[in-house]
Design a protein around this ligand. Structure first.
Ligand SMILES: Cc1cc2nc3c(=O)[nH]c(=O)nc-3n(C[C@H](O)[C@H](O)[C@H](O)COP(=O)(O)OP(=O)(O)OC[C@H]3O[C@@H](n4cnc5c(N)ncnc54)[C@H](O)[C@@H]3O)c2cc1C
Length: 368
């Protein structure tokens, strides 16, 4: 049996653990310093901007389409296996277009997506009024509707992945922090990681996957191969109204000017998120003014939100790699048995299934 250890139990580490648990003959452990989904995942809105993203080729699009397809099987599979409910919005994503937006670009994307079987509808202002009467703003010129994109509850998804993986034999160590590593030379050029030094003692490892989000930087530093990943803070709000916005039976995610309005059922909505880079001194402190801007932006296209009660506000830190595109899924330089699957920045929930499948492929091809 090959002992695979995953550090981090956000949506990415949990998805990797679950996909690996479907392969027989592996001994898998996950080490998480807090609880599942207590990092960036716990703050996410779970909007899966796949077909509606402008990505068309390369890894960026391949990962998005792979994830959307895997989600369609993964959710029923996990719900059947665990008995847990994973809230998914299957009514798609409606993206508002405003005066000055390049309509031609969207028509080209629509044609391109159609060649691969993905539907996009492009409608004018009347289309918006007819489908979503709650959206009222003179600058709206139309919308793009993507029926195959989804929104998913990130925490409940992660918990279901953990339950599914546990049922398949994966061992989870929660409340255990990885502090350091014991390594040895594997060849002239490569080292290998032998043990994790954790707050609960040593854990032996044959293959190591680092999915620790922002925690991946200090971990790679301990391995003398620091990978810079910076926090980009995001704040969001939970709102409650006395009735649903617009058509009660058609509640897609609405996105306008990079603000997402996510229906939750029972007249509840999530709204977010701000994008706040750290200061020059590296500080990352939530700015209340920026959250209010997001709130006002949403009221500007959906005036009924003025009547909503704010139930909760929160913030989280997205792990953004520095100088290279997100995410980082590759062998850690200098090591024969360490793989990085981290730094998913704004799309970790969307890309978790594809990341997990990629990691499985890399392990099967013995790339680490
Ligand atoms: C406000 C907000 C909104 C977002 N909305 C969306 C969205 O709509 N759609 C989308 O796709 N993405 C969204 N994201 C981004 C998404 O949340 C992240 O990309 C994703 O959660 C990253 O997952 P992860 O598992 O890599 O990291 P994390 O969730 O941060 O998990 C890493 C885990 O590693 C653990 N860890 C770290 N160091 C150690 C150590 N030394 N030992 C043991 N454990 C360790 C941490 O405790 C943590 O639980 C949003 C993010 C924010 C903040």
């Amino acid at each position: 049996m090959s002992k695979i250890v995953i550090i981090g139990c956000g949506v990415v580490g949990a998805a990797i653990a679950y996909e690996l648990s479907l392969i027989s003959g592996l001994e898998i452990a996950v080490v998480e310093k807090n609880t599942p989904a207590s990092g960036s995942t716990g703050a996410a809105l779970g909007v899966l901007m796949g077909a509606i993203s402008q990505k068309k080729k390369g890894r960026a699009w391949r990962f998005r389409s792979t994830s959307l397809k895997r989600y369609e099987t993964l959710i029923p599979e996990l719900e059947a296996k665990t008995g847990l409910d994973i809230p998914v919005n299957r009514q798609g994503i409606l993206k508002l277009l405003f005066a000055g937006d390049d309509l031609e670009k969207w028509h080209k994307l629509q044609e391109f997506r159609a060649t691969e079987g993905w539907k996009l509808e492009i409608g004018d202002r009347d289309y918006v009024t007819q489908h979503c009467p709650q959206l009222v703003n003179d600058n709206i010129i139309g919308a793009v509707y993507s029926p195959q994109d989804r929104q998913i509850h990130p925490v409940k998804l992660t918990q279901a992945l953990v339950a599914g993986a546990t049922a398949n034999g994966v061992k989870f160590y929660f409340g255990v922090e990885v502090k350091d590593f014991v390594t040895q030379a594997a060849s002239d050029k490569l080292s290998s990681c032998q043990y994790l030094e954790t707050t609960a003692g040593k854990i032996a490892v044959e293959k190591l996957i680092i999915s620790a989000g922002l925690g991946s930087t200090p971990l790679t530093q301990s391995l003398q191969q620091a990978i810079p990943i910076r926090p980009v803070l995001g704040q969001a709000i939970k709102l409650k109204l006395d009735r649903p916005l617009g058509n009660p039976v058609w509640q897609p995610v609405i996105t306008g000017n990079d603000v997402h309005l996510v229906p939750l059922g029972n007249n509840g909505y999530w709204l977010g998120a701000t994008v706040e880079f750290p200061t020059e001194t590296g500080e990352s402190i939530a700015d209340a003014k920026l959250l209010e801007q997001v709130h006002q932006e949403a009221i500007a296209f959906c005036p009924d939100l003025k009547n909503a009660t704010i139930l909760e506000t929160w913030s989280g830190k997205r792990p953004r790699p520095e100088g290279i595109p997100a995410p980082i899924i590759e062998q850690l330089s200098g090591y024969s048995n360490v793989l990085l699957a981290t730094a998913h920045y704004r799309n970790g929930v969307l890309l978790a299934p594809a990341t997990a499948l990629e990691v499985v492929q890399m392990l099967l091809k013995a790339k680490i």
